[in-house]
Ligand binder design. Structure first.
Ligand code: GLN
Length: 486
């Protein structure tokens, strides 16, 4: 069987019909991960024995006619900043190299209770700071479409695993685009739910007001299925919301988009957008029109400030969140002459360059005398950006844009130019700044490389975002339509 052409539902149906077992699918993924490790490096740790044991248990439940859920027996890759009990959780940082997770993140434990199988931990940028996986202490991952290119990031390993068939689906985290951007670059689906829909408990925090645990999948339906298992209030995360989606998938989705009003923000189609990417995205938008949607030009006037706001607020929160990694409370200790020297050595040697840059920027922006000029002002502009969206959603039901201004670039190309790197996040950060749900789905190829279409929606209207993406996928190609050449 070619698992690249199967989505999660097909795979679970196969379990039920005894066409294949969870053990077989899990082994196929593990073998593929090992085969591709030297080339694409999706995983930083594989848990073969534990995965096969969990798969055998799932097979037992199917044999008894009692599967636990739609994800029972389905093998998943988990980004290395999410805790899986008993597995390492390094967040791709040298400072956490030996850290073993003592418990499951809530998203992980809900999936575990539903029977999912965990293959291992996927590669990422250090503490999720980056757009390429190149800041990982384990070395970069590579794009299965062209291994001289980056897979995107920071959840690059998860995207590679799903695109190359070494996982059926995977979890990532999205703080400024980290599931949507690598999904776009690897030709698959990346979905960031509304902030608060999925608990962040057990996610190694980057920027707590922006972080969201998010699925990376081969189809829109798969993303919705994973969300249903993970979502909902968790007493351990005060920002998680006691809302459950009233839907069953894909039955509750319409294949026509008649009556749907889609906004096209002028500010997202400006210079910096690769002309071929723009053409591909505009073609996809006209296909949405063919499906019955009405396209309206809209304006999100504060868009030009989104990157600046993100790159102030995010490092401020980073500087606070990463204070705990001091070699005493958390992290590998490098002993020095006294306590302060121990802190200095542990943090100086444990963190990579990009992480240090952000901690310093954030500490500076929060320091007395600068707080008002940077952090406070950024928070005010954050409100203006959220208001732009709220106003736009008076007239439209969702908003479509490109996910990334270009296709995947060559490894090393932007590594020494942080500003060029940050600019590639220009279309994805706003959804985090405003807390909105947003998905990237594959919509075509440019020079043999995938292009993503982004759909954003109202707070807690994840259903319209998924429904619009589902209608597009149904009409124009599901899993395997853009399978990476192997
Ligand atoms: N590329 C962005 C950054 O470096 C987004 C990262 C993320 O979403 N974790 O901050």
């Amino acid at each position: 069987m070619d698992i690249m052409r199967l989505n999660l539902t097909d795979i679970a149906d196969g379990f039920r019909r005894k066409e294949w077992s969870s053990r077989e699918i899990t082994e196929t993924c593990l073998d593929q991960a090992e085969r591709a490790a030297g080339e694409t490096h999706a995983y930083v740790e594989l848990s073969r024995d534990r995965a096969l044991t969990a798969a055998a248990e799932a097979d037992g439940r199917y044999a008894a006619g009692r599967p636990l859920s739609a994800v029972d027996g389905v093998p998943l890759g988990i980004k290395d900043c999410l805790l899986v009990a008993g597995a390492h959780a390094t967040a791709a940082s040298a400072i956490l190299k030996d850290y073993l997770a003592p418990y499951d993140a809530t998203a992980v434990s809900r999936l575990r209770q539903a029977g999912a199988v965990f293959l291992g931990k996927t590669n990422m940028d250090e503490f999720a700071m980056g757009s390429t996986t190149e800041t990982s202490c384990h070395g970069p991952s590579r794009n299965p479409w062209d291994t001289s290119r980056i897979p995107g990031g920071s959840s690059g390993g998860s995207a590679v695993a799903v695109a190359e068939g070494s996982a059926v689906a995977a979890l990532g985290s999205d703080t400024g685009g980290s599931v949507r951007q690598p999904a776009a670059m690897c030709g698959i689906v990346g979905f960031k739910p509304t902030y608060g829909r999925v608990s962040r408990y057990g996610l190694i925090a980057m920027a707590s007001s922006l972080d969201q645990v998010s699925p990376i999948t081969r189809s829109v339906t798969d993303a919705a299925i994973l969300l249903r298992v993970m979502e909902g209030h968790d007493p351990r995360d005060a920002t998680s919301v006691p809302l459950k989606l009233e839907w069953s998938l894909p039955e509750s989705f319409d294949e026509s988009l008649r009556g749907l009003r889609i906004g096209l923000p002028a500010e997202y189609f400006v210079s910096g957008l690769d002309p071929q990417v723009e053409r591909t995205v505009r073609e996809a938008i006209s296909r949405l029109e063919d499906l019955g949607a009405e396209i309206r030009e809209i304006s999100l006037p504060h868009t030009e400030y989104a990157l600046a706001v993100y790159y102030i607020i995010m490092p401020c929160e980073v500087s606070a969140n990463l204070a705990r990694f001091d070699g005493i409370r958390y992290g590998r200790r490098v002993s020095g002459a006294d306590l302060e020297d121990t802190y200095r050595r542990s943090r100086g040697q444990g963190f990579g360059k990009e992480v240090r840059r952000r901690i310093i920027l954030g500490t500076y922006a929060l320091s007395s005398g600068y707080y008002d000029a940077y952090y406070l002002r950024a928070m005010k502009v954050r409100r203006l950006i959220a208001n732009d969206f709220a106003r736009a959603f008076d007239d439209v039901d969702c908003i479509v844009t490109p996910t990334v201004p270009t296709t995947a670039w060559k490894l090393g190309e932007k590594l020494d130019d942080p500003l060029a790197m940050y600019l590639s996040d220009v279309y994805t950060v706003s959804a985090n700044v405003a807390g909105l749900p947003a998905i990237s789905i594959p919509c075509g190829l440019v020079d043999g490389l995938p292009v993503g279409l982004q759909i954003m929606g109202r707070h807690f209207d994840d259903k319209t975002v998924l429904g619009t993406a589902y209608a597009y996928e149904k009409a124009y190609g599901g899993p395997g339509r853009f399978a990476a050449p192997r």
